[in-house]
Every structure is written in C-alpha cells, then in structure tokens.
Ligand binder design. Structure first.
Ligand code: MRU
Length: 393
C-alpha cells in the first residue's frame, strides 16, 4: 500500500480498482497507511479529462488544493477544512496555525470556516479535558476527537443531501405539477461538492430517478467551467438527459420557454436571505423573475450565516485575472493561483474583473431548500426560525 502514496501535494493516477464507479463519485477520503494519515482528494482541476487523486499529507498542501479548486464547493470545503484540522493534529502540526490557514484559504463559502472551527473546537475541548495528564496521550485523544468531528460532519452532510433531495422534489411537485421538468443549473452542486449526492444536483438526480426530469440544462460557468467540466461529467455518469450551454445562451433559452425551474446551490446565505453563489447566478435570478420561472436555492443549514446580516456584507472572492484572459487546458491546473500559462484570449496586459461569486437578493429567490425543509417566501425571520429548529436537535 505504501508506494501508492505520493508526497504532499503530488498527484497519482488512480489504480484500476480505485476507478470510481459510474454512480459513485468520491471527492474526498481519509486514509491511514503505515506512513501516517493522509487526506485523498479527487483532483477536480483535472476532470473530466483524467480522474487523478491528490494525496495531502500536510495542511499547507490542503490550503493549496483549496485555493487551486482541486477541492471546491461549499459543503465539501467544510468537510475538507474539518479533515484538515484532523490531519494537522494527527501529524503534529501547529493546529491553531493550520486551522487559521485553512479557514482563510477562500473567503466566501461559510462552510469552510464552519468545518475548520468545529474540528478545532473538538480538538481543544479534548485537550482541555485531558489537562494535567500525560502530554502525548492527550494529544492523541485530541487528534482523534478532531477526526471524529470531521467524520461526523462528512456523514451529516451526506444525510443532509438526501433530505434536501426529498424536500426539493416535493417543492418541484408543488410548483410544477405533472413532472417532466426542464431544469437549468449553474456551476457544480453534485457529489463532487458533498458527502452525499450534493445540493441542487441531488434534487435533479432525484427527479431523474423518479422519471420526472425531462432535461438538465447545464450552464458552462465561465471562467473555470465547473458546469462544463464537472456538472456535465456527473450528469453523464448519472445517465440523465442534459445539454450544455454557454452562460450567455441562458437568456434565449428562457425566452424560448425552455426552462421550468432554476436550481442552484449557495456558498453563503446571509441573515436576510441574500444568496452568494457562483458568479452568474444573479443574472439567472433576474431572468427567472422576468420569465415567471421559479428560482430555487438548495443548501444545507451549514451554509446559512446568521452573523452576516445582508448581501453587501458577504465577502466575494476576487480571483486572478488570468482565469479570464487565458483559456487553460483541462488537464493542467485550471486555477493555479500564481500560474497562468494557458492560451491567451485577450491582448497581453489586459485587466480582468473576476469575482468568483455574486449575490442574489432574497426577493428574487422563490425558495431556499435545506435539509430542514423549504422556506418560501424567503425572509430573515423564516431563515432564523429554520436555523433555530435545526439547532434544537
Ligand atoms: O468556486 P467554486 O467552484 O467552489 O464554487 C462552487 C459554487 O459556487 C457552488 O455552486 C456552491 O458551492 C454550491 S455547491 C453546493
């Protein structure tokens, strides 16, 4: 088993028996070979061209994987952050330093900091409980507590995903009786971002299984093509009817009456119900309102951030201009933070505006579907009531 593992941050080809089955994308897993624990990521910058695993042995490699989008999507970032703390603890790194670096690796998806802090708190309270007893044994117990917290979050996310799919399906049936839905989605919200089948994509997949999905319209999602590279990949594996479109083509698709509902995920939902999600989501919400089409956000309650009062308070990640001024081959790291090195599509030196997310105001959101049910209309009071219900158990 030992030689299967690369050094920190290096990647390896999946061996034959490790190829994910068509119905089973596994974005992350914890392993404990003799050399010490590792976090294994399916490198999403290489999809769909290659299924390559990235084996992380230290928190810094994980921070780099998060920044480069090798691992991405709000719920998965939370899970990754929690495992990152567990990895730091198990391998004897400075846990506070690692937790801060991981939590700050990307700013918009609130799940990342949530996952990191949850594992860090588990680690600290186990350390505190063992105060006054033998140092090494206590540190081992604390590392085990951090890992248990990460595993719990991973499992909870899988369960949340299944519940969101149920609630989302019920909502679609209410809003669009008769089934046969044509759903437009943006970015990637499937098993690649989750412990389960995802958020918005999990609803589409449930509709497909129930024979009620006519077509999934997949926005390509410029500039990093999460729709084309990742959602199309997952849709193909799931056997659903799907069609890829450029983001710019969404308007004419609505105008042609070809969209029954928009389903997207979220990276942070503020206390007033404003939704930060992949850039390009807000224009879809405007189009959906104009064309009287439901605009539905699917996200676990870990994405709701009651401490952020409204949309303007959400920090939107600004990414490197070369992601816009260059086309990068899928098999190369798509979003190398320093790198670049793609095919230029603009004159050398062109400035680019490249926010990774935008914010949709609550009045444009028909419903927010969580594992605790669907909220419609979207109001701050409703959101806070939903969150307090989830925290009572
Ligand atoms: O920049 P990314 O690829 O991490 O952005 C991901 C998205 O915007 C997803 O739509 C969002 O995280 C919701 S996934 C459940």
């Amino acid at each position: 088993m030992a030689d299967q593992y690369a050094q920190s941050g290096e990647d390896i080809q999946l061996s034959e028996d490790k190829q994910p089955r068509t119905d089973d994308v596994q974005a992350i897993r914890w392993e404990e070979p003799a050399e010490g624990p590792v976090l294994v990521l399916l490198d999403q910058t290489r999809l769909p061209a290659e299924e390559v695993e990235l084996v992380c042995t230290d928190p810094q490699a994980l921070v780099q994987a998060i920044r480069s989008l090798a691992v991405r999507g709000a719920p998965l970032l939370g899970i990754t952050g929690a495992y990152g703390v567990a990895l730091a603890a198990a391998r004897g790194f400075d846990v506070r330093q690692a937790a801060d670096a991981l939590a700050g690796a990307r700013p918009t998806a609130v799940n990342l900091a949530y996952g990191v802090r949850r594992a860090e708190e588990a680690y600290r309270s186990a350390l505190g409980a063992g105060a006054g007893t033998g140092g090494e044994a206590v540190r081992e117990r604390a590392a085990a507590a951090a890992l248990a917290a990460a595993r719990a979050l991973h499992q909870e996310d899988a369960a949340a995903s299944a519940r969101m799919a149920e609630h989302g399906m019920r909502l679609l049936d209410e809003l669009l009786p008769g089934g046969n839905h044509r759903i437009l989605t943006h970015c990637n919200t499937g098993a690649l971002v989750s412990g389960g089948e995802g958020t918005a994509f999990a609803v589409a997949r449930a509709a497909h299984r129930a024979g009620r999905l006519r077509r999934l319209w997949v926005d390509e999602t410029r500039p990093l093509l999460q729709g084309a590279r990742l959602t199309a990949y997952e849709a193909a594996r799931s056997g659903m009817a799907y069609t890829l479109l450029t983001d710019n083509a969404a308007g004419s698709l609505f105008a042609a009456g070809e969209v029954d509902a928009v389903l997207i995920g979220a990276d942070r939902i503020a206390a007033d119900g404003s939704v930060a999600n992949k850039v390009g989501s807000y224009p879809l919400a405007v189009l959906a309102r104009y064309h009287h089409v439901p605009f539905i956000v699917v996200a676990p309650v870990t994405t709701v951030d009651l401490a952020t009062p409204d949309g303007v308070s959400i920090e939107v990640e600004q990414r490197a201009g070369h992601e816009v001024t260059e086309l990068t081959a899928p098999q190369a790291p798509l979003a190398g933070v320093e790198a670049g090195g793609g095919i230029p599509v603009a004159p050398l030196g062109t400035q680019a505006y490249n926010p990774a997310f935008d914010v949709t105001p609550p009045e444009l959101v028909t419903a927010i579907v969580t594992e605790w049910g669907a909220l419609a209309p979207v109001t701050g009071e409703g959101l806070s009531e939903l969150c307090s219900r989830s925290r009572q158990v």
